[in-house]
Design a protein around this ligand. Structure first.
Ligand SMILES: Cc1ncc(COP(=O)(O)O)c(C=O)c1O
Length: 436
């Protein structure tokens, strides 16, 4: 049986009626939604809208649903928790699930150094706090980030994010002491790995730097996997100058690459890790987990927030750790990645618009170009492919600073049949874009 079911025009009449109300009261600056249809129910990889249309979701709420929509074990735990208490603030009245999440994070973090964690609400908050912790620990202020990076939308995180429009619009003045380096990839080798130290030192005295903040695989920036030796070199530079190496795993973490953290694909231990998105299976939760001596160096009360580590999110997250073990989701991520990669490589053989296929584990993407030699960005064609997929029942997300990449943020619970069905729709959309 097919998973996709399209019964109405997209959007259908009920979605259209709701959208008309949105026009009246929702701030336009939020932008439109990827799917113009309102959800009635989500289950695993399937979204059913208010008109009864069924979609295969390859985006999972921008990468928040590694365990799928409404995983039964998560919803059961959240319902039970909702019947007990909703909020106390951990620093007012503590609760065990907060500690369970920190234990879980410490256990899955790479390296032998003892770890501790602090919980927050959003990815941007985790990034902000990793910067605060790095500055507090080192007594320095400079932060190095990379081209194509996305770290969030708060003032500091927005400054650390690369792309101007729409994220930075007229939102200055920006935070100071943020320095940006090229992010080298095999497809677009913008800087040689062995040049990084020289370029960095020409820009800023490394001894002024508190942290280098880097996504192991850039998410919004286009699923860019760095060139060989990049992380080893960053670790060496950080050790040489006493800089904190902070990895932003908000998008790449929680099993996407077949390891719990993407940085485990390289043989280095970061100082701090930012986690978010999927960590609480669809509830708002983020964290900084890192070397205990660094995390514990700040004065008491220096970090925190009213809702950070909310009990509902904590029980969902505690459940997520169990689900990863019980349902072997890291192995599933690798299996999904293999299937995606094999199919994407075939697309590359058949369709000249496919410039590059890349990723690790289930974190796979296709970069579309108008010309394989010049590698010019096929942004309009990518938009068309996404639109075509949506109309035919597959929710996919673009990425890349030039919006010419399609990225996979599938739930690791997706079935083989659902994945094949979704990829058939994608292939049709790519073939159509090539004919134009
Ligand atoms: C790598 C990375 N860091 C930080 C963020 C910001 O997370 P949030 O939107 O939860 O603030 C994102 C969001 O996409 C992200 O991909």
């Amino acid at each position: 049986m097919k998973s996709i079911l399209i019964k109405t025009t997209i959007p259908g009449p009920k979605s259209k009626a709701i959208e008309a109300r949105r026009d009246q009261c929702v701030a336009k600056a939020l932008g439109g939604s990827l799917l113009p249809c309102h959800i009635a129910k989500g289950s695993g990889a399937i979204v059913t809208d208010v008109d009864g249309n069924r979609f295969i979701d390859l985006t999972g709420g921008w990468g928040c649903l590694a365990v799928g929509h409404s995983h039964p074990k998560v919803t059961k735990a959240v319902k039970a928790q909702a019947g007990k208490y909703l909020h106390t603030d951990f620093t007012a009245v503590p609760y065990e699930s907060y500690i369970e999440v920190c234990e879980g994070l410490a256990k899955v973090s790479p390296g032998k150094t003892p770890k501790s964690a602090a919980l927050f609400n959003s990815g941007a908050e985790a990034v902000e706090n990793a910067v605060k912790i790095s500055r507090g620990y080192t007594g320095r202020s400079g932060i190095v980030v990379f081209e194509n990076a996305f770290h969030g939308r708060t003032l500091l995180a927005m400054t650390m994010t690369h792309k101007a429009m729409p994220y930075k619009y007229k939102f200055g003045p920006f935070a100071s002491d943020i320095f940006r380096l090229p992010f080298p990839t095999p497809y677009r080798p913008t800087i040689k790995v062995e040049e990084i130290e020289r370029v960095l030192s020409n820009m800023i005295n490394p001894e002024y730097l508190a942290a280098i903040v880097v996504e192991p695989i850039q998410g919004e920036g286009g699923f860019n996997v760095p060139s060989e030796g990049f992380f080893e070199e960053l670790r060496r530079i950080c050790d040489k100058y006493g800089i904190m190496l902070v990895v932003d795993e908000v998008q790449s973490g929680v099993g996407r690459t077949g390891k719990f953290f993407a940085i485990e694909n390289w043989n280095i231990e970061p100082d701090l890790i930012c986690v978010g998105k999927s960590i609480a299976a669809g509830l708002p939760l983020s964290a900084v987990v890192g070397k205990k001596k660094i995390m514990d160096a700040l004065p008491e009360g220096a970090i925190g927030g009213t809702y950070v580590g909310n009990p509902l999110a904590c029980v969902a997250s505690a459940e997520l750790f169990k689900i990863f073990n019980e349902e072997h989701l890291l192995e599933k991520s690798l299996a999904i990645g293999k299937k995606l990669r094999a199919r994407f490589e075939k697309f590359k053989e058949k369709y000249p618009i496919v410039g590059d296929v890349r990723g690790i584990g289930a974190m796979q993407a296709i970069e579309f170009v108008t010309d394989r030699q010049t590698k010019d960005y096929a942004s309009a064609e990518t938009k068309q492919i996404v639109h075509d997929c949506l109309e035919n029942g597959v929710i996919v997300a673009s990425a890349g600073i030039n919006k010419n990449v399609i990225r996979m943020l599938v739930t690791l619970e997706i079935t083989d049949a659902q994945l094949s069905e979704a990829l058939d729709v994608m292939e049709n959309a790519i073939a159509k874009a090539c004919k134009k």
